[in-house]
Design a protein around this ligand. Structure first.
Ligand SMILES: [Zn+2]
Length: 147
């Protein structure tokens, strides 16, 4: 599996991750999901959302509310896109989904995780939940220049 992402989107995501440090940043990935042999799944727009988690647990949790989701859905529809993934950052942790991430994950979406080390962007990885919801599987991340 592969997730393509336009370089400008990735730049905006990295900025969001760094600016939310030491809290987790989060947001939604808008794009299109075509057959893997052709264009595949591609992120064309980043929709940042505030981390709605209420307390200091924000440093290792994130929350996107239904109304933020709806706003992203409306914007996606206006652009002829759909919500294809969810990004969040891991302050001072590897970009590997936590047990909590697994518990909260839905099938279909790509889960892009960005590591932030002492305020600087570290490594990144994208994941998809297996159909039986028991674990995530890694997907390749391919950065595309803006057409
Ligand atoms: Zn996480």
């Amino acid at each position: 599996m592969m997730l393509r992402i336009e370089s400008l989107c990735l730049k905006a995501i990295k900025e969001d991750a760094a600016s939310n440090y030491p809290d987790e940043g989060c947001g939604l990935l808008l794009g299109s999901d075509g057959p893997e042999k052709e264009i595949g799944r591609m992120v064309k727009e980043f929709f940042p959302t505030p981390n709605r988690w209420e307390d200091e647990e924000k440093r290792r949790r994130f929350s996107i509310t239904a109304s933020d989701f709806l706003a992203a859905e409306i914007k996606a529809q206006e652009r002829g896109l759909e919500i294809i993934g969810i990004y969040h950052s891991h302050p001072d942790h590897k970009p590997i989904p936590s047990d909590y991430d697994l518990e909260k994950a839905w099938p279909f979406y790509s889960y892009l995780i960005v590591e932030v080390v002492k305020g600087q962007i570290g490594s990144m990885a994208s994941w998809r939940l297996l159909g039986d919801r028991t674990k995530f599987t890694f997907e390749d991340l391919l950065v595309e220049p803006k057409p």
